[in-house]
Design a protein around this ligand. Structure first.
Ligand code: SF4
Length: 368
């Protein structure tokens, strides 16, 4: 007996059973071979899902291999110290994910005997595991009938049914989940969910979807109307707040760069950067930088010429960061606002966790 919910959320004439069959046939011929698919243990699926939040598959692959080689299971991750975990994450960005993963591993050891719980509800109680990640782990690692709705799936589903709701609102998310639940292949939720995500990644792209090769094409409402790129519908975005900041490039006699670790609890906390800070209103960038170096590191510095400028967009902020040479500095390094600081050579810089912003800064001054 088919235990699917009634397919009333699907457009008239769309047969979910037929759609599942077409999707499954496509997936089994087109799916990419990925290390977490080849060995889908709960731990590997979990690590891959956390890394894939906000990051492309191609970028994640080498980080994933390195991470699971160094920390092959939940116990070894729980035992590792934070610098080790952040070091393995260095360069992947969004370090909050690594901290959550680490904290969650310790919770799994303390509360679940070192095994990830086989329930979407219990998975959601772990740090860093939201509805999407819980459904992905539950279905892919444990075969549970949980329909995944990630960014790729949102695109496919909203086009398939020409979803009128805004997908970044609660009613839109409920409508998407209802469509995903109605389509879910409960006999093989793991392959079904991965097929939906893969279809969004490879075929149903944001611009110019390849509808001619899409297995859902005969049932797709947006394709029939020629309105694919109008979906998913979203709320109008508020423009990011403009922020200006400055940082200093100081070197020691060995040519190593002065870098400092930001305190926990602030934006990009725990990550290393060239020292500096936001511009104080009505103060020149040089004066602001001098004040930051004094207050945050105990340095009395001369500020030299401007070496470059970097633009970076966080979710709600557009940062313009000026980089200045710091040719001479007096005073012992005494980190006050920063947690620590050090002169780092290229090998050390590669080992410490850095944000994408700091990578851009280092590239701009020829130390990338
Ligand atoms: S037919 Fe085109 S728009 Fe519709 S789901 Fe397939 S790729 Fe996306």
């Amino acid at each position: 007996m088919d235990a699917s919910p009634p397919p009333s959320v699907l457009p008239t004439g769309v047969d979910p059973a037929e759609l599942r069959l077409r999707l499954s046939a496509w997936y089994h011929t087109r799916a990419r071979r990925l290390p977490w698919r080849d060995q889908p243990t709960p731990y590997r699926v979990w690590v891959s899902e956390i890394m894939l939040q906000q990051t492309q598959v191609a970028t994640v692959l080498p980080y994933f291999e390195r991470f699971v080689a160094a920390l092959p299971d939940i116990e070894s991750l729980a035992r590792a110290d934070e610098p080790t975990v952040l070091g393995l994450w260095a360069g992947l960005g969004y370090y909050r994910r690594a901290r959550f993963l680490h904290r969650a591993a310790r919770e799994v050891v303390a509360r679940h005997g070192g095994r990830l719980p086989a329930s979407a509800t219990d998975l959601r109680a772990l740090p860093g595991v939201g509805a999407y990640t819980a459904a992905a782990i539950a279905s892919v690692a444990f075969g549970l009938p949980e329909a995944v709705v990630d960014g790729n799936v949102i695109r496919v589903l909203s086009r398939l049914v020409a979803l009128p709701q805004l997908t970044d609102t609660a009613p839109g998310q409920r409508a998407l989940q209802a469509v995903a639940d109605a389509l879910l292949d409960r006999s093989d939720p793991s392959s079904h969910n991965q097929a939906m995500m893969e279809l969004g990644a490879l075929v149903c792209s944001p611009r110019g979807p390849d509808c001619a090769t899409c297995p859902l094409s005969p049932s797709c409402a947006a394709r029939a109307a020629g309105t694919q790129e109008r979906y998913p519908r979203k709320r109008a975005r508020t423009p990011p707040q403009k922020v200006r900041a400055c940082c200093g490039l100081a070197t020691d006699e060995a040519g190593r760069l002065l870098m400092a670790r930001r305190p926990a609890g602030v934006l990009l906390g725990g990550l290393w950067e060239l020292p500096g800070g936001e511009l104080t209103p009505e103060t020149s960038p040089q004066r602001s930088l001098q004040a930051h170096l004094h207050e945050r590191l105990g340095l009395d510095a001369e500020i030299g010429r401007r070496l470059g400028v970097v633009e970076h967009v966080f979710s709600h902020r557009h940062l313009t960061l000026d980089i200045y040479a710091v040719p001479a500095a007096r005073g012992a390094l005494t980190p006050a606002w920063y947690d620590e600081c050090a002169f780092l050579d290229a090998a050390d810089r590669a080992r410490v966790p850095r944000s994408r912003l700091t990578d851009k800064v280092l590239e701009a001054v020829g130390h990338g």
